[in-house]
Design a protein. Sequence first.
Length: 101
Amino acid sequence: MDPWQIVVIAAAVSLCVSLPRVWHTRAGGDYGQIARLERKLDLILKHLGLDTKLSLEVPARVQELASMGRKVEAIKMLRETNPWVSLREAREYVEGLIGRR
């Protein structure tokens, strides 16, 4: 069986088992379930020797906006291009671009 198939099956099973509890606890503000689920998936990927980092696609326009000091627009465009990137990660990336000037 291909390692990616194992990852997909494990992720699907974990999500099916965990999502009802996550939705239930989310109303109470407990995001610990999500963090634990992510850690488990990371361990599975690490055990299988698969890369857990998603590649970041950075359009040239993001770098232009950052160099012009238009940080908010650069963050917005970066997140539109890479929907899995959190606001915090996008902000840190754009601030890193600004800091390299």
